[in-house]
Design a protein around this ligand. Structure first.
Ligand SMILES: Cc1ncc(COP(=O)(O)O)c(C=O)c1O
Length: 289
């Protein structure tokens, strides 16, 4: 099961957890998403069972260009609020399932937790069983009766979290609008600086702007300087194939991801960021370069 090496390690961990073998693929530097040509070439060579397709930073990967494996799951942890010509990410127009994260840094939060969407009644039923210890009610045998065909987990969201999430969801539109405004302001203000800007959404796509990862020279020094100035910059991500758990000869070198990730630095981007503080981030960055 393939995924992009430039992602949070959860994109590969989920593959390992079901006993499959992660195949980590390089990125297309123009989108920073998985290299679709590399994936398609692999499909011709040794058909893969599945793909965990990450929408890096909130920019949707074009699933219509992908040679369909048996299972296609979108990792939309960054992409709640993004849209393609097919509609909102999460409608599974070109996938089997789509996974969201509601961690506090995400587009909306429930404290912790997430959601999976699907158009398949069979998968929906399996997901509901999975999140509740594998329990399948069998009312034909009595109101109390249930069966367990395969063990599941407790993956239930609490009612308290659901209440928070419902309220948050009603604000999603305004959150994503502000993220887009802030991304446009960064692009405008960073134009004169010697930094690489993240790809914006081509015609027909709406970016969720979960992250604003720029490319800077001497990244670690700039990271330290910004942190010392009190600016919460972050690195997204060290490629997964360089982590101890995933380092092996097959993924020895994925050069585009390695090259890009060595210079990536995510600038603060969240709906509550004011224009004034954003301008300060840019000033501190220009001093730190
Ligand atoms: C791309 C990606 N996938 C998956 C996850 C995992 O989300 P969670 O920690 O809510 O399970 C994250 C979290 O940051 C992520 O960024």
């Amino acid at each position: 099961v393939a995924t992009s090496t430039l992602s949070f390690v959860a994109s590969a961990n989920c593959i390992r957890h079901v006993g499959a073998e992660p195949v980590l693929l390089d990125i297309d530097p123009t989108t920073r998403n998985l290299n679709i040509e590399a994936f398609n070439a692999l499909m011709d060579d040794q058909p893969l069972t599945g793909l965990v397709a990450v929408h890096f930073a909130g920019l949707p990967i074009d699933l219509t260009k992908i040679k369909r494996p048996r299972i296609l799951i979108e990792d939309a942890a960054h992409a709640l609020g993004a849209r393609t010509a097919f509609g909102p990410i999460g409608n599974c127009a070109n996938s089997d399932m789509c996974c969201f994260s509601f961690h506090p840094v995400k587009a909306i939060t429930t404290g912790e937790g997430g959601a999976v969407t699907t158009n398949s009644a069979v998968l929906a039923e399996a997901l509901r069983r999975f999140r509740n210890h594998g329990i399948r009610p069998t009312p034909e045998l009595g109101g109390w009766a249930y069966d367990v065909v395969a063990p599941g987990w407790n993956y239930r969201l609490t009612d308290i979290q659901a209440a928070l999430g419902t309220r948050q969801l009603s604000k999603l539109g305004s959150f994503i609008k502000r993220r887009n405004e802030l991304a446009a302001r960064y692009a405008e203000r960073l134009r004169e600086l010697p930094v690489g800007l993240p790809p914006s959404a081509p015609e027909g796509l709406h970016h969720a702007w979960h992250l604003y990862p720029i490319e800077v020279p001497d990244r670690n020094r700039v990271y330290n300087a910004m942190r010392s100035a009190g600016i919460g910059v972050q690195v997204h991500y060290m490629p997964i194939h360089l982590m101890s758990a995933y380092r092996d000869s097959e993924h020895a070198s994925l050069p585009a991801a390695e090259l890009l990730s060595s210079s990536l630095l995510s600038l603060p981007l969240f709906p509550g960021l004011s224009d004034r503080i954003q301008d300060r981030v840019v000033e501190d960055l220009s001093r730190s370069l």
